[in-house]
Design a protein around this ligand. Structure first.
Ligand code: F6P
Ligand code: MG
Length: 305
């Protein structure tokens, strides 16, 4: 990676191909941040991706930027994105990358913070792997500032979670050790499910009675980033028959859960950590709760009606 410092030099020496893949991600984030600032982010191109979501111009462009950087870095064999959900051979060797190029495309026109999500696995192919097998994961937050939270191998084989900030001097580490404790803050996504999922409705009422603080933007990345920045809290996206799961395991939940668990938090699909779930198919969706351990334990019963 291009950051100064002994720790990054050691990482680059021990994991040269992984460092190259991460460099490609950081370069993509920088380009996407510039694109978002240019302001042509709300025009729709009218195409529809294979999952049926309407694609915005910015989604397509961010997707192209990331594929292009991953291809040219030479360290990526296979890549797949939420916008192009096939396993594409990028001709390199070392790692496979799955990504959501623009998380929050429905709120980009409102000028809310949006993000991007990246999971990195050793070797070729993504199908039938699990989130637990990731070598590293990252998300980018495009807000008033651009930052990246990265979980990667640190000293002694342990995972390290750090936050990098894009500055005029390039990428700088702004938080060396991102850790999660306990906080009474909650982000209740897919709240429509509470209409026919009584456990979810009761859980939200309990949070209100217990004076939890609500922090909810409608973007998975900024909502999770709030928790990781403030040192605790809960994001949950329960489901019901009338409001099924939207979040994708491969492109969204697995990389974010990897980062949250590496920071000392937890994730659950109601039965087990989402990191244990296999990518049976690239479009697998899941209900999810993640964040502070106690909050996850408290909320996991309400994920399904
Ligand atoms: O589709 C994914 C997503 O936009 C996430 O980024 C976000 O957490 C969620 O949907 C929000 O869903 P809702 O608006 O239903 O709460
Ligand atoms: Mg998304």
């Amino acid at each position: 990676m291009s950051m100064p410092g002994a720790d990054h030099e050691r990482f680059r020496a021990e994991h040269p191909l992984l460092a190259r893949a991460i460099d490609a991600i950081l370069a993509s984030v920088r380009e996407t941040a510039e694109l978002l600032r240019q302001g042509d982010s709300s025009g729709q191109v009218g195409s529809v991706n294979s999952f049926g979501d309407k694609q915005l111009k910015i989604d397509v462009k961010a997707d192209e930027i990331i594929f292009s950087n991953l291809r040219s870095c030479g360290a990526v064999v296979t890549a797949s994105s939420e916008e192009r959900p096939d396993e594409l051979d990028l001709g390199g060797q070392g790692f496979s990358v799955a990504f959501d190029p623009l998380d929050g495309s429905s709120i980009v026109d409102a000028n809310f913070a949006v993000g991007a999500i990246f999971g990195i696995w050793r070797g070729a192919g993504l199908l039938h792997k699990t989130g637990a097998e990731q070598a590293a994961a990252a998300y980018a937050v495009y807000g008033p500032r651009t930052s990246v939270v990265l979980a990667r191998p640190g000293r002694d084989g342990k995972l390290k979670v750090e936050e990098l900030m894009l500055t005029e001097q390039g990428w700088l580490v702004c938080r060396e050790d991102v850790r999660l404790g306990e906080k009474k803050v909650f982000a209740p996504a897919n709240l429509r499910a509470a209409a026919d999922n009584k456990a979810y409705a009761d859980f939200v009422s309990a949070c209100i009675s217990e004076k939890y603080t609500l922090r909810y933007t409608g973007g998975f990345v900024p909502d999770v980033h709030h928790i990781l920045t403030k040192g605790g809290g809960l994001f949950l996206n329960p489901t019901s028959s009338g409001a099924p799961a939207k979040l994708r395991l491969l492109y969204e939940c697995a990389p974010i859960a990897f980062i949250v668990e590496a920071a000392g938090g937890a994730s659950s699909n109601g039965a087990e950590s989402v990191l244990k779930m296999k990518f049976d198919h690239l479009d697998r969706r899941t209900a999810i709760t993640l964040g502070s351990r106690e909050e996850v334990a408290r909320s996991k019963h309400c994920l399904r009606a």
